[in-house]
Design a protein. Structure first.
Length: 133
């Protein structure tokens, strides 16, 4: 059985950084072609242009590469409804609940993120793994 992994935005930010071990680990996960949502791509473009002084054209080029490299799932009405349910059940921000909802709807087993509690399990199906621990 193949384990399906979902990667949160922070991995893609570290991939563009000069953070040694974190950059290497992020690249290793990205090269495994994880599942991501359109939210991850949009957040990456926003962070690159607002915090790292990338031009919009540069950020868009990176976004296009992610569209080719990863399995990208949409954030639909059902995803938002699932995110609302999750945020009521678990202590999550709206944005984190959208990530978890997208991962669950995509049938992922593992969510790589440093923004959520390492080892937390959602709906007895999705485990958060902090790849930098």
């Amino acid at each position: 059985m193949t384990v399906r992994i979902f990667a949160d935005t922070n991995l893609f930010i570290y991939a563009e950084s000069d953070d040694g071990d974190k950059t290497a680990r992020a690249m290793e996960i990205i090269e495994a072609h994880p599942v991501i949502s359109v939210q991850v791509i949009n957040e990456k473009v926003n962070v690159l242009t607002r915090k790292y002084d990338f031009t919009l054209a540069e950020a868009h080029a990176i976004a296009e590469s992610l569209l080719d490299l990863c399995e990208v799932v949409p954030v639909e009405v059902a995803t938002v409804r699932e995110a609302i349910r999750l945020a009521r059940r678990y202590p999550l921000s709206h944005w984190d609940s959208l990530i978890v909802a997208a991962a669950l709807r995509a049938g992922c087993d593992t969510l790589y993120s440093e923004d959520m509690q390492n080892g937390q399990v959602f709906d007895n199906r999705l485990t958060v793994v902090n790849p930098f621990c």
